[in-house]
Write a protein of this length. Structure first.
Length: 91
């Protein structure tokens, strides 16, 4: 049988496959959208997989956004001036 033979062979199994159509490619999320999604994951009893699924994301992507947000928050804290209370004793 050649590759051009289009007759059905009863011995062959049929397979199902899924066709995904749509824009495809990468989506770009705004900083505000990322912050809102991260905030949802920080709610008590939030399940990251459920939040990710609600927005059509993979949980790994949400975890990466959370990690990135923590790093940015830590760098802002390091860059900002810190104040230490001073105690002056009369002596």
């Amino acid at each position: 049988m050649s590759g051009l033979d289009l007759t059905l062979d009863p011995e062959r199994q049929l397979r199902r496959f899924e066709v995904i159509n749509g824009a495809g490619g990468r989506r770009h999320w705004s900083v505000d959208d990322k912050a809102r999604i991260i905030a949802e994951t920080l709610e008590p009893n939030a399940i990251i997989s459920e939040v990710a699924r609600r927005y059509g994301l993979r949980p790994q992507q949400v975890f990466a956004w959370r990690r990135e947000a923590r790093k940015q928050a830590a760098s802002v804290q390091q860059d900002s001036p810190a104040f230490v209370p001073a105690v002056v004793a009369a002596g």
